[in-house]
Ligand binder design. Structure first.
Ligand code: TRP
Length: 387
């Protein structure tokens, strides 16, 4: 059916032509036209966090400083749901036994970092069917044009797009479902997930518009800034990643002290002395020029500041004019002190799976209980006959 000329005639059949919804995600989209803006401020006490980590690789320092550490802190002010997104992981091939193992490892990472499974909910995505159920509805809300603009799909699918799984393509719809099936209001994520959250907002808005309801909230991203963006130890221009072929490029949460020391010692640096405080801006970040000129120095100092909970300005002042040798020694000490006990606890929990599995089981039950009334309501709104 041609859709071009029907935009204003169409009150019932083709809500996809609704002018409020058709733009889709993208930088041109403004927040001014947000029709349910006020929902955000209705119940200040009802601040609900959802976030997720994929069990598709080793947990590393980037996951810890960029995500999990913040998840821990947010528990004080928010009602928090933390998910191990195993369904997202299989958008790229995963060996089944390894997937199970990594699901436990991410859970153990959450727990060892200090997420309290009594106050927060920890579970794995596949065990709460409501995620998939809502994702299907969203597959029918999202426009293909919106998905075609997703940069992460382009990156992950690479050149051979024809061979990418269709799951990888609709991945953002599942992510929106993860969040909205709990009507989460705030989502802590890294910079790279910003576009997916924009899409989540667009999906919520279009659903609300299409069905004439004010049902889904418009979520707020809590973007972790450059200060917690951890880069590769080998190349300061690349993100630290579990898919980097070189294990030396990352510090895994379960690395032992010797391994951490070795990786820090061998981390790429440069031949200059450490900088003076003029490289730190008024907002406490490194200047773009400094990050550009000396990405490795910026990365190592950022990691040091994050691990010691100190400001960059303080760290830079302490090491001004010193060489990397001293600094790397100090960095090793703080990394070992901070990660060592966590890594040990993770290893204990992963080898004796009883506790982790119990946490996941209990979490899935509580998550399902929260999601069920919402999915029931969605089904009613959409017109799925329930009996
Ligand atoms: N896409 C996220 C990532 O790769 C993981 C994720 C899935 C997520 N569902 C989510 C993050 C919901 C936040 C909220 O990092």
């Amino acid at each position: 059916m041609g859709m071009g000329g029907r935009r204003n005639l169409d009150r019932s059949g083709q809500p996809s032509d609704n002018p409020d919804a058709r733009d889709g995600p993208g930088p041109r989209r403004s927040r001014r036209r947000d029709p349910v803006h006020h929902l955000r401020f209705l119940h200040p006490a009802m601040k609900r966090i959802f976030s997720g980590v994929q069990p598709s690789g080793n947990l590393h320092l980037g996951n810890y400083l960029g995500a999990i550490r913040n998840f821990v802190a947010l528990q004080a002010d928010f009602d928090c749901i933390y998910c191990v997104v195993d369904q997202h992981a299989i958008t790229l091939w995963q060996d089944p036994a390894v997937l199970r193992q990594r699901t436990r490892e991410v859970t153990a990472g959450y727990l060892a970092a200090g997420i309290d499974p009594k106050t927060s909910i920890i579970f794995n995505q596949s065990q709460v069917a409501a995620h998939s159920q809502l994702a299907w509805v969203f597959n029918c809300v999202t426009r293909i044009g919106w998905l075609n603009r997703m940069t992460q799909f382009k990156d992950k699918a690479g050149k051979n797009r024809e061979k990418a799984s269709s799951g990888l393509y609709v991945y953002p719809n599942l992510m929106a479902a993860d969040i909205l099936v709990y009507k989460a209001t705030h989502v802590p994520v890294g910079e790279d997930q910003k576009q997916h959250l924009e899409l989540t907002r667009d999906i919520a808005q279009k659903f609300n518009n299409d069905y004439g309801v004010e049902f889904f909230p418009i979520v707020e991203p809590l973007i972790q800034g450059a200060a917690t963006r951890v880069m590769s130890l080998r190349d300061g221009a690349k993100k630290m990643s579990s898919s980097d072929p070189s294990d030396a490029a990352r510090i895994n949460m379960t690395d032992d002290a010797d391994t951490v020391a070795k990786k820090v010692r061998r981390a790429t640096s440069d031949s200059e002395l450490l900088p003076d405080p003029s490289v730190v801006t008024g907002e406490g970040q490194f200047t773009a020029a400094f990050r550009e000129a000396r990405p490795e120095a910026a990365n190592l100092m950022t990691i040091f500041a994050a691990l010691t909970d100190r400001s960059l300005a303080e760290v830079v002042a302490d090491y001004e004019g010193k060489g990397f040798a001293d600094f790397k020694k100090a960095l090793t000490d703080v990394a070992v002190a901070r990660l060592g006990p966590m890594g040990e606890e993770m290893k204990r929990m992963v080898s004796d799976t009883g506790y982790v599995d119990q946490v996941l089981h209990d979490g899935a039950e509580r998550a399902a209980a929260r999601a069920q009334p919402i999915i029931d309501e969605v089904y009613d709104i959409v017109g799925f006959l329930r009996h």
